[in-house]
Design a protein around this ligand. Structure first.
Ligand code: PGA
Length: 259
């Protein structure tokens, strides 16, 4: 196997882990990954737990902080929203954009997602751009067309220099929180397609540098097979990231595969 891009294992805590629970979870994770050096680890708590997560990581932790959302304006009359600058102030370096839950429940479309990607890049936040097809789209044989259009629109007006800073997460909607994972072959096929489309949009070097994470019911018992695939560079983990044991088992697998 060719040498992998450095794995990124990211926990998307969604609307879980309140500020009173975050300290314990982070210290458990910290303790378990003390010897992990070859994997980038990220947690994305809800807004109200970010400060507590930052305190728990302190200066000893080797965990990066991400947010699950933000609003793409500097500041202003956007009741209920949080800006990129506010997140940067809390030590946040990544932000999840285009997650299917936000597309579905909050009507975020490709144009808005593109605005967020561009704003995040301009604010020195690393976007994790999520793309994925529904089960109906896959049944209709439209999965590649859907992924291509989400990528094309999501990355509109983004420069080569910018795209190198970005991370992509392929998250088939039918695999999120369902316990049903894409097979390594199905996932690899789509990851390779994403990379070849990035090559077409940008260039080979850039396409090769961009990390493409897999998300959708990744857990310790399927992580190895998925992460072994050439174009799978890590995971965006929901359910299994809520417990230190299951999250860290995936991190350890990625670390072993990097040895
Ligand atoms: P899951 O969620 O691991 O619980 O399927 C993944 C995600 O939504 O990012």
């Amino acid at each position: 196997m060719a040498e992998h891009r450095k794995y990124l294992v990211a926990g998307n805590w969604k609307m879980n882990i309140s500020s009173s629970d975050v300290g314990r979870l982070i210290s458990e994770i910290n303790a378990k990954i003390a010897n992990i050096t070859k994997v980038d680890v990220l947690v994305c708590p809800p807004f109200t737990s970010i400060q507590a997560a930052k305190d728990a990581i302190g200066s000893i932790g080797n965990i990066s902080l991400g947010a699950q959302n933000f609003y793409p304006e500097k500041n202003g009359p956007y009741t209920g929203e949080v800006s990129a600058i506010m997140l940067r102030e809390l030590g946040v370096s990544y932000v999840i954009i285009g997650h299917s839950e936000r597309r579905i429940y909050f009507n975020e479309d490709d144009d808005f997602i593109n605005r967020k990607v561009r704003f995040a890049l301009g604010s020195s936040l690393i976007p994790i751009l999520c793309i994925g097809e529904t089960i109906e789209q896959r049944r209709d044989g439209k999965e590649f067309a859907i992924i291509q259009s989400q990528l094309k629109n999501g990355l509109k007006n983004i420069t080569v220099q910018e795209v190198e800073k970005l991370t992509i997460a392929y998250e088939p909607v039918w695999a999120i929180g369902t316990g049903e994972t894409a097979t390594p072959k199905t996932a690899q096929e789509m990851h390779a397609f994403i990379r070849s489309f990035l090559k077409e949009m940008f260039n080979a070097e850039t396409a090769n540098a961009v990390k493409i994470l897999y998300g959708g019911s990744m857990k310790s018992d399927n992580a190895e097979e998925l992460l072994k695939e050439d174009d799978i560079d890590g995971g965006l983990i929901g359910g299994a990231s809520l417990k230190a044991t299951s999250f860290c088992e995936i991190i350890e697998i990625a670390n072993l595969l990097s040895a």
